[in-house]
Design a binder for this molecule. Structure first.
Ligand SMILES: Nc1ncnc2c1ncn2[C@@H]1O[C@H](COP(=O)(O)OP(=O)(O)OP(=O)(O)O)[C@@H](O)[C@H]1O
Length: 266
């Protein structure tokens, strides 16, 4: 289980991106994080595996406190968190197979990792994972020869071969066209269900967020302002998330009150 407790992130610039945020992800649930630009969605995902250092608070993955780990321990624990990135983060000059195998580096000794001495079991697993994501036949192509959708499939394969305890996904579709986005989301959620792992996904498109998620978390200005099942995300909840915490009713009431006092003063 992932447990985020009271996490704050203040960047050197002074931006308070997360303001004491707490949430959990457990079982094999798919949780979407939505919110306006700058709400802190990417910061949250990146704080969880400490690609960004949280300023305070605790992050637990099962019995391990991520926030208390030395860099050596962190390298080991990061393999439990498969990360899928917006811009794929592939090594463009390496082949598809080499990119996928890099998901195993965290399990190897520093020397073997440096020499990229993958064992035959890892190579067999990589072939199997590539088959699962529909990339058989392009194993030996360079990453930069692939389409966006294929590149994101490599990203998914690289995360899955880690055998992670959770998938952290940061805007997986924002570099893709709508049709490919649906294919990638289908694949990602299907694989997570098959492997019985939870997914925390930062996603811009509200339609995709609700279609694929069991639960939706809404962030606004660094704070969690909504948490509920996908079908609870009604217009009122969207107002709270996207219009700074003010519900439509509150806004309408304020407008009506302002109109009343304006006409009383006439
Ligand atoms: N590296 C950084 N240095 C300084 N401030 C940052 C940095 N990264 C993000 N921020 C600031 O932190 C806040 C949250 O940014 P973040 O990227 O987490 O939001 P987001 O919800 O993911 O936005 P978007 O949907 O546009 O990607 C913003 O005010 C942003 O300007």
């Amino acid at each position: 289980m992932l447990n985020v407790k009271d996490v704050e992130k203040v960047y050197d610039s002074g931006d308070r991106a997360l303001k004491g945020l707490s949430m959990e992800v457990s079982g094999n649930e798919i949780v979407s994080i939505i919110g306006p630009s700058g709400a802190g969605k990417s910061t949250l995902i990146r704080c969880i595996n400490r690609l960004t250092e949280p300023t305070s608070g605790e992050i637990w993955l099962d019995d391990t406190e991520m926030t208390g780990l030395s860099s050596k321990e962190l390298r080991k624990t990061r393999r439990d968190m498969g990360m899928i990135h917006q811009e794929f983060n592939l090594v463009e000059r390496l082949t598809v197979m080499e990119n996928v195998l890099s998901g195993r580096l965290g399990y190897m000794s520093t020397w073997d990792a440096f020499r990229r001495n993958f064992d035959s079991e890892d190579i067999a697993t990589a072939r199997e994972v590539l088959r699962r994501v529909g990339l058989e036949g392009v194993e030996n192509n360079r990453a930069d020869e692939l389409s966006g959708g294929q590149r994101q499939r490599v990203g998914i394969a690289r995360a899955v071969i880690q055998r992670p305890k959770i998938l952290l996904v940061d805007e997986p579709t924002s570099a893709l066209d709508p049709e490919t986005s649906v294919e990638v989301m289908d694949l990602l959620t299907e694989i997570a269900r098959e492997d019985d792992i939870p997914v925390l996904i930062n996603i811009h498109e509200v339609d995709l967020a609700t279609e694929y998620a069991d639960r939706v978390v809404g962030l606004s200005d660094g704070e969690l302002v909504f948490e509920g099942a996908a079908d609870e995300l009604d217009e009122r909840a969207k107002d709270v998330i996207y219009r700074g915490g003010e519900t439509r009713e509150e806004r309408d009431a304020a407008k009506a009150a302002a109109n009343r006092s304006a006409s009383a003063g006439e």
